[in-house]
Write a new protein. Structure first.
Lengths: 413, 277
């Protein structure tokens, strides 16, 4: 009997020891162990003995959080909630849409079909993201009344990325013109009539004029957004000076359109202009199509000097080239976008020729810049140069043909 | 990324623009399982793709008991047949850095050649000795994979712990970084032998845990800004992209233990980075 009493007493003593509140944290061991074992009973994790210490510290942390919840929750709007709200709008249909089946050609190409083919090439953004982008493009078309629109692609940036859409706007749009169009040649004249210091006769080279919207490098208008669902921003049209500067620098995009571009040689413009210049260069250099797919639009009254090569349309007689042949050589693929000349434009502009020495230099530049870099091919107008000719001017092979599945073919630049 | 999570994690990194086709994904799922069994790996990861001019290499990595030291890399051209890559030794790294230029060719037996001319001057007649260094593309592949792992492999803090025996292992109680933690670059660590254990001040070491903090944080990388941290996929997934090696993408879903990294790119380092920032 004594032994039992002793054991009961020592158990009671131990229990009161466990119930003593710790001086530091006001918890006691008894309650903590109770909670810990309850948690283990409820959750029954695997290999509990290995992770027991972590579970114990979790339980302790859990207590602290409970004590702090006496404050009211502020209605915080986190970034993802904001975005979800915006993206929800993508999924709503406007109520006044005619429910008749419209067989009119929609300005958008079949994006799900496109994303399937691109997926075969290993290029894509994931099916959900593509779906969101498709809805955002639809929204863009409806809000801006675009004639044609397609997804150009995505450019990654450090803080945010850009999703770029290429569009054809109806009518001439001169609304966004750079104020730097007219070169300000202010000559500092000193108003005093005493001896004037000799004036420098240096005149900076005249600015190459921008191409009009709808032609050359400005043939398409580009819209960007950071995430599908956020509003689209129209990019300003590109000027030749920006293209030449962009050829000389390499900068990573940050994701904000108004970031200044600090570089040497200095880039005239901010990130929106740099983005537009890069888009123009990429489009001009890499957009290809199977040979014969496009043909030049016949226009009346073509002058010999200015062959209007910027208009092309899908060739109705195009029968398709068998896939094996397409994958075999690069000469079956041609560029269908005008090449950007060294000057920064697609059509060469004869800047003001000065008399004297300079006319010779201009004359030389004249000959160099009159022809695009690619020599005249035997087939078709210079615009549809096969891309096999690119290899002559560039050192490395720039196009790679890959065969995706047995039924699909694609070209990866 | 872990082969078990391949079917959903590829979507999460698709924001970088590179995805695997359905055919490749299904082939990988079966072949990686076989690989794990044949080589007796404890975990097998799909490491990524290196795009060559005429072909593409798929790289897998198998991990043994110690996640940092027992690593084996394998490559395949068709997602089904895998070949072991030799471990990269210092001499191999040196050879490769001298001899290789430009992009990967896509053919593992392609040989890069480089001629070195040593001048052995004795008196007035220096003799030119030509030494030709040849490097196969396979070696170049092994070295590139090793370098990318050493420089830009990322894990969230707490995902791998050092056991008392010194082995680096997966932390099974890791339940993810919180949203706030995932926005800070110092919660992401390089998965390699620590190079610069800076003595941090007592303020920084508030939450210091020797089992978790034995790796270098990304925020200590030079140049600053060589990582891009974004929340993608409707702001749910934290995606880190390296600007030093274009194509390395790391993803982590906050508050879940899902994380992983993948490299899909052309296997060349971006040496212009300081000018591009």
């Amino acid at each position: 009997m004594d032994g039992k009493e002793e054991r009961v007493q020592s158990a009671a003593a131990f229990k009161s020891y466990m119930l003593k509140n710790s001086t530091k944290s006001n918890l006691n061991l008894y309650d903590h162990l109770t909670r810990l074992l309850t948690k283990l009973m409820d959750e029954q994790p695997q290999n509990a003995v290995d992770v027991i210490e972590d579970i114990s510290s979790d339980v302790k942390r859990g207590l602290l959080e409970e004590m702090q919840s006496t404050l009211q929750d502020l209605p915080e709007t986190t970034a993802d909630v904001e975005l979800a709200k915006q993206q929800r709008l993508l999924f709503t249909r406007p109520k006044d849409v005619d429910h008749e089946e419209e067989l009119v050609e929609t300005p958008l190409p079949n994006v799900s079909e496109l994303s399937f083919y691109l997926e075969q090439a290993g290029v894509g953004l994931g099916r959900e993201e593509m779906q969101r982008i498709f809805l955002a493009l639809k929204q863009l078309v409806e809000s801006q009344l675009l004639l044609q629109c397609r997804l150009w692609g995505k450019i990654l940036g450090t803080e945010n990325s850009y999703i770029v859409a290429e569009a054809v706007v109806e009518g001439d749009d001169h609304s966004i013109d750079e104020p730097a169009e007219e070169e300000e040649r202010e000559v500092d004249t000193q108003e005093n009539e005493i001896d004037q210091l000799p004036q420098s006769t240096y005149k900076p080279p005249s600015v190459v004029p921008k191409e009009a919207t709808g032609t050359g490098a400005n043939k398409f208008v580009y819209y960007v957004c950071n995430e599908p669902g956020l509003p689209w921003v129209k990019l300003p049209s590109v000027s030749p000076a920006q293209i030449t500067a962009a050829r000389q620098i390499r900068k990573i995009f940050t994701g904000k359109l108004d970031t200044p571009i600090v570089s040497y040689p200095p880039f005239p413009g901010n990130e929106a202009n740099y983005l537009r210049a890069q888009i123009a260069r990429i489009s001009a250099g890499t957009q290809v199509s199977p040979q014969g797919f496009y043909q030049v639009l016949e226009e009346e009254g073509d002058e010999e000097d200015e062959v209007s090569q910027s208009n092309y349309e899908p060739n109705p007689d195009f029968e398709g080239i068998p896939a094996a042949e397409m994958a075999e050589s690069l000469s079956n693929w041609v560029h269908h976008v005008q090449h950007i000349l060294l000057q920064g434009r697609c059509t060469w502009v004869n800047l003001e020729v000065k008399p004297g020495e300079e006319s010779n230099e201009e004359g030389e530049a004249d000959e160099k810049e009159e022809e695009p870099d690619e020599p005249e091919p035997e087939v078709g107008p210079p615009m549809f140069t096969p891309i096999s000719q690119d290899a002559e001017s560039l050192r490395e092979q720039h196009y790679v043909i890959n065969i995706g599945r047995k039924t699909d073919r694609h070209v990866q630049p | 990324m872990d082969s078990n999570s391949l079917y959903y994690s590829l979507e999460l990194v698709a924001g970088s623009g590179h995805i695997l086709t359905l055919e490749q994904r299904t082939a990988l799922e079966s072949s990686l399982v076989l690989l794990k069994k044949n080589y007796k790996f404890s975990r097998v990861l799909f490491w990524g793709k290196i795009l060559g001019i005429n072909g593409v290499y798929f790289i897998a990595q198998g991990r043994g008991e110690d996640e940092m030291k027992d690593k084996k890399n394998l490559y395949s051209l068709n997602c089904m047949d895998w070949f072991l890559l030799p471990p990269a030794s210092d001499s191999m790294i040196e050879e490769v850095s001298k001899a290789t230029k430009g992009r990967f060719m896509g053919d593992p037996s392609f040989v890069y050649e480089h001629q070195e001319i040593h001048r052995q001057g004795k008196g007035n007649e220096p003799v030119n000795e030509k030494a030709v260094i040849t490097v196969t593309e396979e070696k170049r592949l092994a070295v590139s994979v090793h370098q990318i792992d050493a420089e830009v492999s990322v894990v969230p803090r707490g995902a791998f712990i050092k056991s008392p025996r010194g082995l680096v292992q997966l932390n099974r109680s890791f339940c993810g970084l919180s949203e706030a933690e995932a926005r800070k670059l110092d919660n992401f660590l390089h998965f390699r032998q620590s190079k610069n254990m800076k003595k941090k001040s007592a303020l920084d070491m508030g939450d210091w845990n020797p089992a978790m903090d034995y790796l270098d944080a990304l925020s200590d990388d030079i140049p600053k800004g060589s990582w891009s941290l974004q929340f993608e996929f409707a702001r749910k997934v934290c995606v880190l992209r390296s600007l030093l090696w274009f194509g390395l993408t790391f993803y982590h879903v906050p508050m879940t233990p899902q994380h992983g990294y993948i490299y899909i790119g052309d296997g060349t380092k971006n040496l212009d980075l300081p000018f591009m920032l």
